[in-house]
Design a protein around this ligand. Structure first.
Ligand SMILES: *Cc1c(COP(=O)(O)O)cnc(C)c1O
Length: 427
């Protein structure tokens, strides 16, 4: 029997669970994840890179539900984190501190202290002032921080402009020449030990060429630094491997691993990899119901009960995401639909002019490939509570985050004391 998302008698299932049943039992909108697919993706990645013996640090920001992190942690994963919140999440899900790398351009003193206290593997430092601050924080704590200098290799990952990070005009990392100076100068800094170089050139990368160029530049710099007397131990090649949403042909794992292997060859360095999207995108979908079908003169709209506050990728990244009816698709000619949400923004859409089997009010639809950068980017705009997250394993299903209630949402706010007094004034 097929596992993961598949159709049985025409109806969409996740493992052994019918999505129609999920909608009935848990309501819509809802995120549905397949633990089977999460585990499959992890094993595929691990197998393809096994000869390189990497520390695979799952990039939490793609999907940081505790149950998702714990799934990977149970398989031996480390974590790539970008905030103290993600550090706490990783530790709470059972990721060993010694497998955690901390990236991000704006680490605060408090975040540094927390990560030093936990004893993480490395800080991926992105600037000279950050290194100076880390040195001070570590010295104050009487400890030494293991550091990777994040290098900006100035290669174009040829992905969407909002998810490219390895060009010199992006805010990320230290330019190659400066990185060398910084690593050499850092030998005189107390509280920090330069152990690695890291890079991360972007996300949803579909061409292996920029990877090859970036990895080579970083490996060459590492070799030069070794000649300079900087005792590096590791290279961290980041994440970014793309998945198929529509008709992309991202590099297969073999080609990706080959690019890593070519750069690592003969260096003797250890290796860290930070996949995010690749591990989780395929494993999740957003389940929604058609509230209305509205026929305009120029367009036909399917208005869902899910919106941009749930899934912002289409409007933020101009992302094309697959959308399917949950029930057996109606026979007959497909029709173009604008698939939109109820939020009061023209940017609230999932698809424009999408050819779909005929849709009707009450139909369930699934936005596929939504396991990465989906739920984690949700907001409560328009006072729409956060949708639940559900995990399926075989024939079992569990809430891994319940639906937020409107009361809980309102309870996050409180009146200022002088307003609270007002209501008593009439007494
Ligand atoms: C976001 C991020 C990743 C993961 O990127 P994906 O495209 O999801 O694989 C890895 N490393 C760093 C430093 C990141 O910021």
């Amino acid at each position: 029997m097929s596992k993961g998302f598949h159709r049985r008698n025409g109806a969409l299932h996740c493992d052994g669970v019918a999505l129609a049943r999920v909608a009935r039992d848990f309501g819509t909108p809802a995120w549905v994840y397949s633990q089977t697919v999460l585990e499959q993706r992890w094993r595929l990645f691990e197998k393809a890179t096994a000869d390189l013996d990497p520390t695979i640090c799952y990039a939490l920001k793609a999907n940081s539900n505790q149950a998702v992190i714990a799934t990977f942690a149970a398989l031996g994963a480390g974590a790539d984190i970008v905030s103290a919140g993600e550090l706490a999440r990783a530790l709470a899900a059972g990721v060993p501190a010694k497998k955690i790398v901390f990236a991000g351009v704006g680490k605060s003193e408090a975040e540094m202290a927390m990560a030093l206290e936990a004893g993480i593997l490395q800080f991926n430092v992105e600037s000279a002032p950050e290194l100076a601050r880390l040195s001070a924080v570590a010295q104050a704590m009487n400890t030494t921080a293991s550091v990777a200098i994040r290098v900006n290799p100035d290669v174009d990952a040829k992905t969407h402009r909002k998810i490219t990070t390895g060009k010199s005009e992006n805010k990320f990392g230290v330019e190659l020449a400066q990185a060398r100076e910084l690593a050499i100068a850092a030998r005189r800094l107390k509280g920090v030990r330069i152990e690695a170089l890291s890079t991360h050139i972007g996300s949803q990368i579909t061409d292996v060429t920029p990877y090859r160029a970036a990895f080579r530049r970083v490996a060459d710099l590492a070799k030069a630094l070794r000649a300079d007397g900087v005792a590096l131990k590791r290279l961290d090649f980041g994440g970014g491997l793309g998945v198929v949403y529509r008709d992309e042909t991202p590099p297969d794992l073999k080609a990706y691993a080959a690019a890593v292997r070519a750069a690592m060859k003969g260096t003797g360095f250890g290796l860290v990899l930070e996949p995010g999207r690749w591990l989780v995108a395929d494993a999740g979908l957003l389940l929604a119901r058609v509230e209305y079908v509205k026929q305009g003169t120029a367009k036909r709209y399917a208005i869902l009960d899910a919106a941009m506050n749930d899934l912002i990728r289409p409007t933020l990244y101009e992302a094309w995401m697959p959308i399917e009816p949950v029930a057996k698709p109606r026979a007959g000619r497909k029709l173009p639909y604008d698939i939109v949400g109820p939020v009061c923004e023209s940017g609230d859409f999932f698809a424009h002019d999408r050819q779909m089997p005929k849709l009707a009010e009450g139909d369930l639809v699934a936005v596929r490939q939504a396991g990465a950068y989906g739920s984690v980017m949700s907001s409560t705009y328009n006072a729409r509570p956060l949708a639940p997250e559900l995990l399926v394993k075989g024939t079992k299903i569990a809430e891994i985050r319940g639906r937020q209630s409107v009361e809980a949402l309102i309870a996050l706010d409180q009146l200022a004391p002088w307003q609270a007094g007002k209501s008593r004034r009439g007494k």
